[in-house]
Design a protein around this ligand. Structure first.
Ligand code: SF4
Length: 264
């Protein structure tokens, strides 16, 4: 039988020394492939599972490579001293790591073998079977809830939200730790009533104590050009600090137990 270290998967980046995607100092592994097509996505090179060419700074770059868990763990283990000192570890991001469940599970199990804690950034648009498969190997879930209205969710992300909300409840009941994150995107969800709806839902989830409001930014816009794609939120400005503070107060006002903050 194949060991977890021989399992292969497809990634497009590894970033070291992150302090925003889980506790402590972390290494982020970005997996290729996502079921959603969020209009604001700052990693459009993550969406297709296929390997792509992207032009950046006038140069052609290949986005995507196939790797074994052993190869990825060699890179991750180089920073073991930082994880030990800071309480950090491995975070899987993407894309959607649940779109490569065999590889994601093998990476998470390998990280635990090494004694590193694990986190995943996910939208949990996946079957219950996949969620159950990954759950025992995840110490920290960082889960996006983007909108409570399924029609609007579909209009801006290409998928409806029912499966996501059901999985959020299941993860909240069964995970070690779950943080709910909301990308705050003008024209999509940056109004008091829309944020209040999400905050009420997050507040209703058992064991959830943190809600993070993440302001939309346009840092990924150039990548769309580099992939020959059109940036669909052209002309939409990021929310102002005043707007974010107002939405923070809104979320706090409807919650009974959440610590709400701006940023991750
Ligand atoms: S879920 Fe995340 S990776 Fe997937 S399209 Fe949306 S923002 Fe991009």
């Amino acid at each position: 039988m194949k060991s977890i270290y021989e399992q292969t998967g497809r990634i497009f980046d590894i970033q070291r020394y992150s302090i925003h995607d889980g506790p402590g100092i972390r290494t982020i592994v970005f997996l290729k492939g996502c079921y959603l097509r969020c209009k604001w996505c700052c990693n459009p090179e993550s969406q297709e599972y296929g390997i792509q060419e992207m032009i950046r700074g006038g140069k052609k770059e290949i986005m995507g490579r196939d790797v074994t868990v052993a190869e990825v763990m060699d890179e991750i283990a180089a920073d073991r001293i930082y994880y030990a000192r800071s309480g950090g570890g491995l975070t899987l991001s993407g894309g959607e790591c649940m779109a490569q469940p065999e590889f994601a599970e093998a990476l998470l199990r390998a990280a635990h073998d090494y004694g590193f804690n694990t986190a995943i950034e996910t939208t949990a648009f996946a079957s219950r079977e996949v969620v159950q498969r990954l759950l025992p190997h995840v110490d920290h879930f960082l889960m996006d809830i983007k909108h409570m209205n399924s029609d609007k969710h579909e209009e801006f992300t290409s998928q409806r939200n029912e499966k996501i909300l059901e999985n959020a409840k299941y993860i909240a009941e069964n995970a070690n730790h779950l943080v709910i994150r909301v990308p705050v995107v003008p024209t999509f969800n940056a109004t008091p009533s829309e944020i209040a709806d999400i905050a009420r839902f997050a507040d209703s989830l058992p064991n959830v104590t943190e809600l993070h409001l993440l302001p939309y930014h346009r840092l990924g816009q150039d990548k769309y050009t580099g992939l020959g794609r059109t940036y669909l939120l052209d002309g939409i400005a990021p929310p102002t600090a005043d707007t974010m503070n107002m939405l923070l107060e809104t979320a706090q006002s409807v919650s009974t137990k959440l610590h709400v903050q701006i940023g991750g």
